[in-house]
Design a protein around this ligand. Structure first.
Ligand code: PHE
Length: 351
């Protein structure tokens, strides 16, 4: 064997040994395959250099290179099988299902505080003999305004307050149109509450363009004013779970006469904290609009106002939810961030 050639063969073999020992994955093994057994690899170079040997040495050197090539091929294949098996096993272990692990548990869904409030108040009213009625959110001017004694020149009809559709229909600005629909459908006597979404062009810290109301309507013969006051206080006491103080303030709505607004004693400070963040020291919270139904409205419901009268009220459900559950910012009610929402419960103990 000529020295140069001999040295090259054993040098290639040695560096192959070293490289193979350091291999830890199939990608690295591929690199080694290219380096030694590839088209431009060391073995090819060795085979090419055979031509330069004197003829009498060529045969033996050729055999040795072939032997080395076989060895390299075999060992590369062995290593590939070994690494592939190891990788498969690793993957299998990673994807193995451990049936002995305890279950992750399920989080139960919960009602949104406004929904909860809606249900609570509706339940209270059902206890007083009221039925729940619903109506469309996309409403006609006729039901939303006209039948409710709101003339075309009334500011409530303004584009700044109401969302109109191009065809002249609108997003109802209150739940009061359900009063008309219910009277037309069921006649008198009637006791209904109508919960649902309403829409106005309003958007700031205390107003949202969509909010929730609950309308109430009672129509019967000789309904006295006092029944309305009794019903409202009964409802608020039941909702807040205690006997509150009330204040009825004269107000104006086109669809009721006389009209009033209901203030309840501040549920946060009961009027004892002049810095109260809920009532701002006034001791009172405005919670509902109401009044004796205007004869024109009864007439629009195709009921005879000389025989029947009644009262109606409208409560802001979002405000009621905020007051009962101590939620400080209206926008949180429409926020999808649950943890932020949870942290808004005042005095909540974090455990
Ligand atoms: N619809 C009135 C509002 O949205 C509330 C209301 C309802 C007042 C019924 C009186 C009677 O402000």
């Amino acid at each position: 064997m000529p020295e140069v050639n001999d040295l090259n063969i054993s040098a290639v073999k040695q560096s192959f040994d070293t490289a193979l020992r350091a291999v830890s994955n199939l990608d690295e093994l591929d690199e080694i395959r290219v380096r030694f057994a590839g088209k431009k690899g060391d073995l090819t170079l060795l085979l090419r250099s055979l031509g330069k040997l004197p003829p009498e040495q060529r045969k033996q050197a050729g055999q040795e290179v072939n032997k080395l090539r076989d060895e390299i091929e075999n060992r590369l294949n062995e290593a590939a099988t070994r690494l592939r098996d190891a990788e498969n096993e690793k993957q299998e272990i990673a994807s193995r299902i451990d049936v002995t692990l305890p279950e992750r548990g399920r989080t139960a869904g919960a009602f949104h505080p406004v929904m909860q409030t809606m249900h609570e108040i509706a339940n209270i009213m059902q206890g007083l003999g009221y039925s729940v009625a619903t109506g469309p959110e996309k409403e006609e001017e006729f039901y939303n305004f006209e039948c409710l004694n709101v003339p075309p020149w009334h500011p409530a009809r303004d584009m700044q307050d109401t969302f109109y559709f191009p065809d002249g229909t609108l997003l109802r600005t209150h739940t009061s149109p359900v009063q008309i629909r219910a009277m037309l459908q069921y006649g008198a006597p009637l006791r209904i509450v109508c919960p649902g979404k309403v829409y106005r062009r309003d958007n700031d810290t205390t107003h949202s363009p969509m909010f929730n109301q609950m309308e109430g309507l009672l129509v019967d013969k000789n309904v006295p004013f006092s029944v309305m006051k009794g019903t409202m206080s009964e409802m608020m006491n039941a909702f807040f779970g205690r006997s509150l103080k009330y204040r009825f303030r004269a107000s104006y709505f086109p669809f009721t006469e006389p009209s009033m607004e209901l203030d309840i004693e501040c549920v946060e400070c009961s009027g004892h904290d002049e810095h109260c963040r809920v009532c701002h020291g006034t001791g009172w919270l405005e919670v509902a609009g109401m009044g004796m139904v205007h004869p024109n409205v009864i007439r629009a419901g195709k009921i005879d106002p000389d025989v029947y009268n009644g009262f109606a009220f409208g409560i802001g459900l979002d405000r009621m939810a905020m007051l009962k559950y101590g939620i400080s910012d209206l926008r949180l009610l429409f926020d999808g961030n649950v943890s932020y929402f949870m942290s808004s419960f005042e005095g909540a103990k974090s455990c």
